[in-house]
Design a protein around this ligand. Structure first.
Ligand SMILES: [Zn+2]
Length: 217
């Protein structure tokens, strides 16, 4: 499935499309140093925006880029990677880490992975192998689940990464820097994919590690 990480029509600055087809062949030296970068934090912390920012810089540098997202995440658009701010980029939705690895082209220089917390544990080894091939891997995902627990496989991904960036949202209660995702619905599954209607950002002090319907607060 091929898709477009596109942009809000209102934001002309972010309207560059991801296109590999017109680029010349990649000299071997430019692919020599692979690495893993992780962008992590709570919901509404700007992880996907930061991922797209780095992707756009790679594209301006005329590097060959591929972006992936887990097929489980069908918020906003079933065939695109789109942030809460409606910024988007060309991407492929894949069901497993193996499927992702199989779709990475021989001459790809940068691999972006959004919502990495929804991938199977194999994503850690896949990122390692891609980086060992000389590819720059940039993975964005939630570091904690709705109870504030480490969200596998992100802890392992952060451990093998050369660089980890924690981004922060704004706490909806006290307006301080938020590091946690407060679930507002009472459903019990860890994998509840949702946007603003299901979660809000909270700081450590304001976060409640339980399911609290909005009406009971
Ligand atoms: Zn707070």
């Amino acid at each position: 499935m091929h898709v477009t990480l596109a942009c809000s029509p209102a934001d002309g600055q972010l309207s560059a499309a991801v296109r590999n087809s017109d680029l010349p062949p990649v000299p071997p030296l430019l692919r020599s140093s692979g690495s893993v970068e992780v962008i992590t934090g709570s919901m509404f912390s700007g992880k996907t925006e930061e991922l797209i920012r780095r992707l756009k810089r790679a594209l301006f540098a005329r590097q060959r880029v591929q972006a992936f997202k887990p097929r489980i995440d069908d918020r906003y658009d079933p065939t695109r990677i789109v942030s809460h701010q409606a910024v988007a980029v060309d991407a492929v939705a894949v069901a497993t880490s193996q499927s992702l690895e199989e779709r990475v082209a021989e001459d790809t220089q940068v691999v972006a992975i959004d919502e990495a917390q929804f991938f199977d544990r194999g994503i850690v080894e896949v990122c390692e192998r891609l980086a060992n091939r000389g590819i720059r891997v940039i993975a964005a995902g939630l570091d904690q689940d709705y109870l504030g627990r480490p969200f596998p496989p992100m802890p392992d991904l952060m451990a093998i990464a050369e660089e980890v960036t924690k981004v922060h949202a704004v706490c909806t209660v006290c307006c301080g820097p938020a590091s946690r995702s407060q679930r507002l619905s009472i459903e019990a599954s860890t994998v509840l994919v949702g946007g603003a209607e299901s979660y809000e950002a909270r700081c450590r002090a304001c976060f409640e590690a339980r399911d609290v319907p909005r009406t009971e607060r």
